[in-house]
Design a protein. Structure first.
Length: 58
């Protein structure tokens, strides 16, 4: 295998809240990521994105 630079993509959550959470974290380091249907996180943690964003407010 040859290492390559990471790049953006549109990522499908397939209605899986765990994927949506993981993709949100990946989005911090990889530009151009779009998470499809991120609201599925409400299945397990309705305030996930509110809490997640609060970590980065100054």
């Amino acid at each position: 295998m040859t290492p390559v630079a990471l790049h953006g993509a549109s990522l499908a959550t397939h209605e899986d809240h765990r994927l949506a959470m993981a993709f949100a974290i990946a989005k911090l380091r990889i530009g151009g990521i779009e998470v499809q249907n991120p609201e599925v996180v409400s299945k397990s943690w309705p305030d996930y994105f509110k809490v997640f964003e609060s970590f980065f407010k100054k």
